[in-house]
Design a binder for this molecule. Sequence first.
Ligand code: A2P
Length: 271
Amino acid sequence: LTTTTTLHNGVEIPVFGLGVYKIPEQEVYDSVTSALALGYRHIDTASFYENEEGVGKAIKDSDIPRNDIFVTTKVWNDEQGYDETLQAFERSLKRLEFDYVDLYLIHWPVPGKYKETWKALEKLYKDGKVRAIGVSNFLPHHLESLMEDAEIKPMANQIELHPQLTQVETRNYCKQHNIKVEAWSPLGRANYLDDPILNEIANKHNKTPAQVILRWNVQSEIITIPKSVNTLRQKENADVFDFELTNEEVQKIDSININKRIGQHPDHFKY
Ligand code: A2P
């Protein structure tokens, strides 16, 4: 769980973390506490999830040094714009009760807004308030447009990615530009863990389909942040560092792709 990869500015990020999408504030405290006890050292939250306080408090109460844990948060769509983002960041920081954030992301590419928002992220980065900056739900054309004016290239792009949505184009684009890809909903919200290909591979390795998917992420150089509020499933999900998929198995999982999204398409989002 302490396996890391290096962002283009030299900052190390654990390749495996806990997602806490919309876990209610009361419950998130227990989820994060449980994950930290299991060895998780990377937590991914967002202003939109309305649970930053619980995340921050669980981290504080864990007595694990703050700098041993990598924390991501994100600026929400209606907080975008230069001044608005600087203010939104301060609100997140206050809720987390931190003095810095490890990775700050633009949650969605709001048309007409994200370039100004990026300038605010660059300022936060230069001021040392965030160790790294990036984006989420950006397609290659958004990244292309962002980088026309950017001084600093995004260090990560967090996108919906799972076997039914393998995101080959965005992954290739990011690889070319040295932007790390992070997968949200890597388990496809557990909607198709009964898939026969996943089960066949899982049986061969004496693992579960969820573990096969998460191993597929790790081997494909994708940072993965499965969500679970359940200690047993958190433990199961983290147990993916003791086996290896063959190239053929990786390709079989790649072939499950049907470009099927759970979330919104970044170009058709009602911003
Ligand atoms: P729970 O929180 O009760 O464990 P994703 O990260 O792809 O969005 O998936 C999250 C969903 O998948 C959550 O509803 C979570 O439920 C469920 N989940 C997480 N890990 C597993 C697992 N190992 N097996 C089955 N379901 C899981």
